[in-house]
Design a protein around this ligand. Structure first.
Ligand code: 13P
Ligand code: 13P
Ligand code: MG
Ligand code: MG
Ligand code: MG
Ligand code: MG
Length: 376
């Protein structure tokens, strides 16, 4: 029997500003999902201002009914958000109506269909104030770096390595890389996470899915800045896949991600428990939550709030130190994002306004030379 795990998330209104989700919205979401005969099980939670619908079913990936159920849930939550006048009500719902598949309509989605193993531990990562490429570094470490994942060396079922499907989010292309032999080529691309994002990872021997992430780019869909594409990621663990501890280990060293304050700043990704997933300092710093589940005939047994562990206290301290350092840079790069990433902010407007005040130095020099020649 094949089970599909579908995680769909959206920001449909923040309490207060962009910090968290009002409990009434979560209640509404639970109410809508519990009324559906399509699901085997579900778990509704929030990280920052994003609602996450974790659902299991037997309908496979890209199922229109499941996608519509999520869409309808977010629409119902938006009603509540509007009533409470929450900030940015309906923010991530970019289409006026559902049209067959939720992709491209605003919400983020990650789905995997699995033949449930004798034991099927999965970890679901959910982040706020960042973007899909934020998973590149940790996914690389988990599935390609033996200094993180000793299983790549000593587990005979993992020694063959993994295949990475990388998406070009600007040109909408994909390419497959095999680890370990293609890692130098792959790093050229995934080291640029604003453009290239790891979409899926497969076990090389079995061809089975190992991880999947959401890779929507809201700004590209909307054509204007409407918040970040706060991403989710599902990872299978143990028995041929990385151990749960290997899957969590990269987050012990907070890496810099894009998406802090107005989606325009870089900052450390802080691993936190659900109760601390309410980013407030400068609307951040960016947060990541990891919920672990055991699948049992599609039932979601758990969750275990995996970063709710004092062993991650030092990572949180480090993230705060990095946050202090980055904040001191104020509006300067690399705290503020590179110009290319500022396209959907006021940058083009300011450029347009000042374009006549820019003096073209090459042209000025040529004109001067022309004048001197004419005078001689
Ligand atoms: P236990 O002996 O606690 O089950 O640990 C097994 C293991 O491999 C941990 O990585
Ligand atoms: P969200 O994408 O989480 O809504 O954040 C938007 C923002 O601009 C925060 O400063
Ligand atoms: Mg928001
Ligand atoms: Mg958000
Ligand atoms: Mg967002
Ligand atoms: Mg054990």
């Amino acid at each position: 029997k094949k089970i599909t795990v579908t995680v769909i998330k959206a920001d449909v209104g923040g309490l207060v500003g962009h910090t968290s989700v009002h409990p009434e919205l979560l209640e509404k979401a639970r109410g809508v999902l519990s009324g559906s005969p399509l699901l085997i099980d579900f778990y509704v939670t929030s990280v920052g201002d994003d609602i996450n619908l974790i659902m299991t079913h037997e309908l496979g990936r890209n199922n229109g009914e499941i996608h519509k159920l999520a869409w309808d849930t977010f629409v119902a939550c938006t009603e509540v958000a509007k009533k409470l006048k929450l900030y940015g009500a309906g923010q991530d719902l970019l289409a006026d109506a559902f049209s067959g598949n939720i992709k491209g309509l605003g919400p983020g989605i990650a789905e995997m269909e699995v033949e449930e193993r004798e034991s099927e531990p999965i970890v679901i990562f959910m982040a706020d104030k960042t973007e899909p490429g934020a998973w590149n570094l940790p996914l690389y470490k988990i599935f390609a770096d033996p200094f993180n994942t000793i299983g790549l060396v000593i587990d005979p079922k993992m020694h063959c390595g993994f295949t990475f499907e990388v998406r070009d989010l600007i040109e909408n292309k994909k390419i497959m890389f095999n680890a370990p032999e293609d890692i130098y080529d792959m790093l050229v691309f995934i080291g640029a996470p604003g453009r290239y994002a790891i979409k899926r990872i497969f076990h090389r021997e079995t061809g089975q899915i190992a991880a999947v992430s959401s890779v929507q780019r809201l700004n590209l869909i909307a054509g204007r800045y409407i918040g970040k594409d706060d991403p989710v990621c599902i990872v299978r663990c143990q028995s041929g896949y990385p151990a749960v501890g290997e899957v969590l280990e990269p987050f012990a060293h907070p890496h810099l991600v894009s998406g802090w304050m107005r989606g325009s700043h870089s900052g450390p990704l802080m691993p936190v428990s659900l109760k601390d997933a309410r980013p407030s300092r400068f609307d951040g710093p960016p947060r990541v939550v990891a919920l672990g589940f055991q699948l049992a005939d599609g039932k979601l047994i758990g969750p275990q709030d995996l970063f709710d562990d004092p062993a991650f206290d030092r990572a949180r301290e480090m993230a705060n130190i990095i946050a202090d350092y980055m904040r001191r840079l104020g509006p300067f790069e690399p705290h503020r994002l590179h110009l290319d990433e500022m396209e959907y902010t006021t940058m083009p407007m300011v450029m347009q306004k000042l374009k006549d005040r820019f003096i073209d130095l090459r042209l000025a020099k040529a004109q001067k030379a022309q004048k001197e020649k004419g005078g001689a």
